[in-house]
Ligand binder design. Structure first.
Ligand SMILES: [Zn+2]
Length: 311
């Protein structure tokens, strides 16, 4: 009897030691949290909202970063290789990183958040044949699909916490419903003929189709090709002829091209304002309202309304 009891205690102690060893092994640097690496801030924010306390997220691309041109450094490749899960936008947004993201994806989940979006909802790329326009976060209802993708992937990787991921996702989706309604209400303040958005690069086409704007970018869908003098002149003609009140700067694209357009419009005897800075491919600084997806969308629509609804 005594022997059995002793053996049971020893056995339990071994189990306890073994469990402690297992538990501390992959989670040594992470308090047991799932280690997630992401690319653009918009994706980082979705993962923070769905993963909550259960994940530690490293976002590679901060404020002002252009994802079309971004190349991962050696230490970032290490970070990707050590992650439990990787999320990126996909649709060839991270053009210089797509190969490594796919390659690492052979050994672990490396998932484009755009993966389960029905291609019928996607716009064709004007720059790359056989690619879609990657700027899907500009239509809030389309971006909601990425929340579901993140929920599903985290639940596959960490099924014990699937209920938490599901309830976090539901709560965030409800916030995004409200955000979509807010954008529609703001847009209603702009007279229909003034709903034209001209920016440095062609990032706003989903915004245009979701919320009823004509959109024009000086550079194409990617920033990889420079705008030509002819592009500047053609855009200046359009602005002067249609008396467009304002054009916009983007936080992740140098201001000089937009200023060149403004000067060319002035040469035509018309004054176009720079209507402010919009967050297109990068969000604002961490810790500011614009450093979240919801804050970025609100900032953009508020800036657009102020610039275009006047008079
Ligand atoms: Zn872009």
């Amino acid at each position: 009897m005594r022997n059995t009891k002793t053996m049971t205690i020893v056995f339990l102690m071994i189990i306890a030691l073994f469990t402690a060893a297992c538990g501390s092994e992959p989670a040594a640097e992470s308090d047991g949290k799932l280690q997630v690496v992401t690319t653009i801030g918009q994706v980082t924010d979705v993962v923070r909202n769905v993963g909550g306390e259960l994940v530690a997220v490293d976002g590679l691309m901060g404020a002002g970063t252009d994802p079309h041109l971004y190349v991962a450094s050696a230490s970032e490749v290490d970070l990707l290789q050590n992650a439990d899960v990787i999320f990126y936008n996909g649709l060839f947004l991270e053009a210089q990183m797509e190969e490594i993201l796919e390659q690492i994806g052979e050994n672990k989940p490396s998932i484009p958040v755009s993966k389960q979006i029905d291609s019928a909802r996607l716009l064709d790329s004007e720059d790359y044949e056989d690619e879609f326009d990657p700027h899907i976060w500009f239509d809030v209802t389309l971006w909601q699909e990425t929340v579901k993708q993140v929920r599903d992937t985290l639940s596959d990787v960490d099924p014990d916490n699937a209920a938490t991921y599901a309830s976090n996702a539901d709560a965030y989706l409800a916030e995004l419903d409200q955000l979509h309604t807010y954008v529609l209400e703001q847009v209603a303040q702009i007279p229909a003929e003034k709903r034209v958005i001209i920016t440095a690069h062609d990032a706003f086409r989903y915004f245009g189709s979701a919320y009823g704007f004509e959109v024009m970018g000086l550079q194409g869908i990617s920033t990889a090709t420079e705008a030509s003098t002819g592009d500047v002149q053609a855009l200046a003609d359009f602005i002067a002829e249609n008396e467009i009140p304002a054009i916009f700067v983007e936080s992740s694209v140098p201001i000089r091209n937009v200023e060149a357009v403004q000067a060319a419009v002035q040469d035509r005897g018309f004054n176009v304002e720079i209507g402010g800075e919009l967050f297109s491919d990068a969000m604002g600084d961490d810790g500011t309202p614009e450093g979240t997806y919801i804050g970025m969308v609100r900032h953009n629509i508020d800036t657009i309304v102020t610039a275009l609804a006047g008079e």
